[in-house]
Every structure is written in C-alpha cells, then in structure tokens.
Design a protein around this ligand. Structure first.
Ligand code: MEV
Length: 429
C-alpha cells in the first residue's frame, strides 16, 4: 500500500469507494467482495445455535492512518455516525507528527484455576511452585502445534485469596503464550488439562478452570503527537475560532476530568471503545472480551479511571498515549470462518496478532482524540448532526435523493426529529 490518504473518498459511491480501496491496498476488487456479500446461511448456522438469519452493520474505512511508519487502511464495523470520520480526521492530524507509534507485548494469556478445600493454602502454594517446571512441560506436551509455532506454557503463579464469601482459597494462574490466536480455547483446554495434577499436588479440589479476560500480560500501547499549530480550528457554529493552544489545553482539561472522575471516565473510555470495538468486530474478534479487559484494567488501582493520557511536550505539542489489554487474534474462531474478517485482515495486511492489536489501539487513541477535541470546542452534537439527520430522514420514510434533501433541511433548522422529517417529506411529495 502506498498511501492511506484517499482524497474525496467520502463523495464517491460505495462501488467507487471499493474500487479505490482495492487499488490503494494493492488488492483485486474480488478480494473485497466479502464486504458486499451477506454471511452465508450455512456459515451462520455453524457459528451459533438456532440460527435463523444474519444481522448486518455498516463497514466503513478509516483513512489517513500511519501506524509504525506503515500506511494502513482500517476497516471498522459500527452503527454510530461520526466515528469513522472522527478517527480518519484525527489520523490526518497525527500524520504531521509521524502518525501512531504502537507496541504490543508477547501474546500472553492468563488461565485461572480456583483451588478449594486445601488444608494449608501457603504450603499448597509452595508445593505447586516446586512442581512448576514439570507442570509447564505437562501442559505443553498436549499442544505440540502451538509449541511448534513458538507458543506454549510460560509460567505458573499462585495467588492466595485470603477472604471471600466462601473463605480462603488458592488461585493458580497459568501464563500461556497463544501466538496469533485470541487463545480462549487453547487456554481453557490447558487449564482443564492441568486441573487433576493441581488436585493431586494440593490435595484440594479444582473448581473453575477458565481464562481471565483481564489480559494485562497482553497489552498494546499507542502514542501520537499532534503539532499544536494543527489543532487550530474554526467551529462551524458562529464561526468561533479556537487557537491550537486553546484546543490542546481544552483536551488536557477534558482528560483530567476522566482521570479523576469515574462517571466521566466511563464515557471517555466508551469513546475509546467506539474505535477499538469497530476494528475488533470487523476482524471477527470477541469484543465482549476486549470490553471486559479494558474496563477491568481501567479499574486496576481500585478506582476506575481513564485508559488514555493526554499532555503537552516541551514544544507545546499535544501528546496522547493509550495502553490497554488487547487479546485479539488473526487465526481461529470467527476470524477464520467469517469472510469479512478474512478480507479485513488482508486489507490491513497484518501478519501477527500483535500487529493487529497495535492498529486497534491506535484507532482507540484517535477516536478518543476526536471525541475530546469536539467536546472541548463546539460540542459533540454538531458533528453528529448530518449523519444523524440522514438516519432520521430514513426513519421518517425518505428514500433515494430525498434522504439528503430532508437531512439538509433538518440540519439547517437544527431540529433533527422524526416528526419534523415527516412534515418536510410530505412538503416535498
Ligand atoms: C459517544 O459515543 C462517545 C463520547 O461520549 C465519548 C466521550 O464523551 O469522550 C463522545
């Protein structure tokens, strides 16, 4: 791919956009056909029980991204207006600072075994740790394919829960490298395999054997720098001018609100997840797992807080950072069976789960910036207006070119309501 900048993309028809996209990504249009084909009934039926149909959502393309020096076109599946436009615009601003720099850790998942009814928790913990090497080898022996791909059991840790509604008990953590898979199945299988050995060693009873979605050993982090002069901005409302310094300071003040108040942090992080989930869904990954991990991580200190940090550098430029757990895969599960997920991964040309996580965390940071910039200046409603107005026009029964005309009228009147849309539509008939 030579560039993720495709000027005028917004004004093209869907078919023209797909043609441009294939061209920019160096793919044949055929490779993007899953984007326009409904999920086949037999695939749906093999994915969930009692399938009766499928449910579609829009798939948009985030433009302008450079992640670790690489131009990247990013598929996003989302029902909410303004998200795709917001991240694309912020990615354009971030280009001046070199785009997004992202890193990811090794793909280490945590599997948990709850060990009950041990006589002496401390002694049992010691005994497990004394058998660590043997237990790790035992887990690996059953998973030769993961091992041959460089993954496998890495470590065992033991935690004592001193007090709980059922009293004291032990928790064993299996640290498991799942390579390019999300890894839930591999971890759960490994935990189940380990359980009888843990029972023998501790004399206790292993109750739950399941992965943890707080995947804080499998993190991704993105940073970006926006030159302060590029934050200069004239709001459409009343032609209000905001200097770059005003916008930067406003964003830092908005972040400080989320950093100190859980009520605001929940909304702030929701904005981050608008970007994150959209790519997670487009690639067939488990967005509930990602959500669970993100929010648990945000509360790791005991107080729920912002996942991102915004500050200024020595030259006064705006600097953002987002670090979060990101257990996503590029093999297995829905990623493997859903043709759109396959095409999405091809489009981004990612070769490892870590690389995908680095793109996703960059999109999360971009979306956070889009929201804070809007909130710190003209407010969020203005940006939402035009697409929201289209949805309202459609809800009122507008079709074809009437959608645009009714939406424009609603936006001009700043009265985006279905009853008003119906009136306008009637007047146009
Ligand atoms: C809306 O989906 C997301 C925002 O509320 C995020 C935020 O407030 O930071 C705009």
């Amino acid at each position: 791919m030579t560039t993720s900048r495709i000027p005028g993309f917004y004004n093209l028809t869907l078919a023209e956009r797909r043609a441009k996209l294939a061209d920019a990504a160096g793919l044949s249009p055929f490779e993007l056909t899953p984007f326009t084909s409904p999920l086949a009934s037999d695939v749906a039926s093999n994915m969930v029980e009692n399938a009766v149909g499928t449910f579609s959502l829009p798939l948009g393309i985030a433009l302008n991204f450079i992640v670790n020096g690489r131009e990247t076109l990013i598929p996003m599946v989302i029902e909410e207006p303004s998200v795709v436009a917001g991240v694309s615009f912020m990615a354009k601003l971030a280009r001046a600072g070199g785009g997004f720099t992202a890193t990811s850790t090794e793909p280490l998942m945590i599997g948990q075994l709850q060990v009950l009814e041990v006589e002496d928790a401390e002694k049992a913990a010691e005994r497990i740790l004394a058998h660590k090497a043997e237990l790790l080898t035992y887990v690996d022996a059953a998973e030769s394919s993961l091992k041959s791909r460089g993954g496998g059991a890495r470590d065992l840790e033991v935690r004592i829960i001193p007090e709980s509604p059922i009293g004291k008990f032990l928790v064993v953590h299996l640290i498991y490298d799942v390579r390019d898979a999300m890894g839930a199945n591999a971890v759960n299988t490994a935990c189940e395999r380990l359980a009888p050995r843990i029972e023998t060693i501790t004399g206790g009873r292993v109750h739950l054997k399941i992965l943890s979605n707080l995947t804080d050993r499998r993190m991704a982090k993105a940073t970006c720098m926006i030159p302060v002069k590029d934050l200069d901005f004239v709001a459409q409302v009343a032609n209000l001018r905001y200097s770059g310094e005003d916008v930067r300071n406003g964003i830092i003040e908005a972040w400080a609100f989320a950093a100190s108040d859980p009520y605001r942090a929940a909304t702030h992080n929701k904005g981050i997840m608008n970007g994150v989930d959209a790519v997670v869904i487009a690639t067939g990954n488990d967005w509930r797992a990602i959500e669970a991990g993100a929010h648990a991580y945000a509360a790791r200190s005991g107080k729920y807080t912002s996942l991102s940090v915004w500050s200024k550098d020595g030259e006064g430029n705006l600097v953002g950072e987002l670090a979060m757990p990101l257990a996503v895969g590029i093999v297995g599960g829905a990623t493997k069976v859903h043709p759109v997920a396959q095409a999405a991964i091809k489009l981004m040309n990612v070769k490892s789960a870590g690389e995908l996580a680095e793109i996703i965390v960059s999109v999360g940071l971009a979306q956070n910036l889009a929201a804070l910039r809007a909130l710190a200046t003209e407010g969020i409603q203005r940006g939402h207006m035009s697409l929201h107005a289209r949805q309202v026009a459609i809800a009122a029964g507008a079709t074809g070119e009437l959608i645009e005309r009714v939406a424009n009228q609603l936006a001009a009147e700043k009265n985006v309501r279905v009853d008003r849309a119906a009136e306008i539509l009637k007047g146009m008939a």
